[in-house]
Design a protein around this ligand. Sequence first.
Ligand code: CDP
Ligand code: ZN
Length: 158
Amino acid sequence: MMRIGHGFDVHAFKPGNHIVLGGVQIAHTHSFEAHSDGDVLIHAICDAILGALAMGDIGKHFPDTDAQYTNIDSRILLRDIVKLMQAQGYQLGNLDSTIVAQVPKMAPHIAAMVANIEADLQLEPGSVNIKGKTNEAIGFVGRQEGIAVTSVALLYRA
Ligand code: CDP
Ligand code: ZN
């Protein structure tokens, strides 16, 4: 029994000095506008898993109107969703994500992001892939107004 899910998220930049992606703090000229830590990669991954489970989206499970989620580490939300997935009898097969960012450069940080996410998902090395792409300097990503992430997850019931 296999199920596939897709996730997408965008966060806008505001003046700041770092962003957090996949639990990795990356020095930058801006930070993310967000209720949580703004980890747009983790949010897209949460939505891919919830999508595969046909259980809605991250906002349904962790409303941004709820003060307990203010500035929360998004990895806590991801680990909660893993518990939800396991309670439904599913395990994660593999996961693939694309970070669409004109800046900053993702390549130096990908290995650390993969390690964090594989740990949170309780997966063997080689189960998670993360890619960085620019938006060829066009559109909101190209104008460096924010970052978009897409993610696909395959779940299976053993
Ligand atoms: O060459 P192509 O148009 O496919 O990709 P690109 O958007 O020009 O990005 C080239 C390479 O830069 C990617 O394959 C990533 O390895 C890297 N990259 C990155 O590390 N961080 C980004 N924010 C964007 C791209
Ligand atoms: Zn988000």
